[in-house]
Design a protein around this ligand. Structure first.
Ligand SMILES: [Ca+2]
Ligand SMILES: [Ca+2]
Length: 221
């Protein structure tokens, strides 16, 4: 049985790249680190990134210092010339998220601390989110900048069909959220779409594998 599963997975993996389409969307700040902060009760627009007010953060907090604040932006895949072709696929096999982050908030010299990024429109989200490892080292109060990258499907474990539906149901727009201890300078999401094999294809694959399996079993017994 384990051999069957392994061979089927192998065949499916080999079948996926057919019809694959790559879409890229990015967001850019006007300032890598805001030169002006605003009161914690106010939002701050930084290029494509909207840094949200956090009135509950407490006395002394401001918006734009990369401490205790949520940032929103939208990846626009409809602008990609291959969007229509990707729309026909209905499934995402790879979603490479890259973010350039700056922070001055370090706990035990590491940051950003317990931060997360995921697709969200404020109501609906695609989980699980990307829990960012503390990949920067520094001194509290001194800005450090670094770039981090992950695959939301293959590394984080997001469902590629749900992720696709989240984007397609919003006309190719993918709203995103980052929280909460860094300023975004740049973000990019590269999607690779491909059709999910039809049931007929599964049967053909299984049919083609049967003789092979029989041979494997004969060899084993
Ligand atoms: Ca803040
Ligand atoms: Ca945090």
């Amino acid at each position: 049985m384990k051999t069957t599963t392994a061979l089927t997975l192998l065949a499916l993996t080999a079948a996926l790249p057919a019809g694959a389409v790559t879409l890229t969307a990015s967001a850019l700040s006007s300032q890598p680190i805001p030169s002006v902060t605003v009161d914690a009760t106010q939002n701050l627009q930084n290029g494509d990134f909207l840094i949200l007010a956090n009135p509950s953060a407490g006395p002394g907090h401001v918006t734009g210092d990369g401490v205790d604040e949520t940032t929103r932006w939208t990846f626009d895949f409809a602008a990609d010339p291959d969007y229509a072709a990707a729309l026909a696929d209905g499934h995402i096999v790879s979603a490479r998220l890259t973010m350039r982050l700056s922070t001055q908030f370090f706990v035990d010299r590491v940051g950003p601390w317990t931060d997360i990024a995921y697709p969200s429109d404020g109501v609906n989200s695609v989980f699980p989110g990307f829990l960012i490892p503390e990949f920067l080292t520094g001194t509290p109060g001194v800005w450090q900048t670094g770039t981090i990258s992950t695959d939301l499907v293959n590394d984080v474990g997001m469902n590629g069909t749900e992720l696709f539906a989240f984007m397609a149901s919003r006309g190719g727009q993918m709203p995103f959220l980052y929280g909460d201890d860094a300023v975004l300078g740049f973000a990019q999401l590269e999607l690779v779409t491909a059709p999910v094999p039809e049931p007929a294809s599964w049967l053909l694959l299984a049919g083609g594998l049967l003789p092979l399996l029989r041979r494997v079993r004969q060899n084993v017994t």
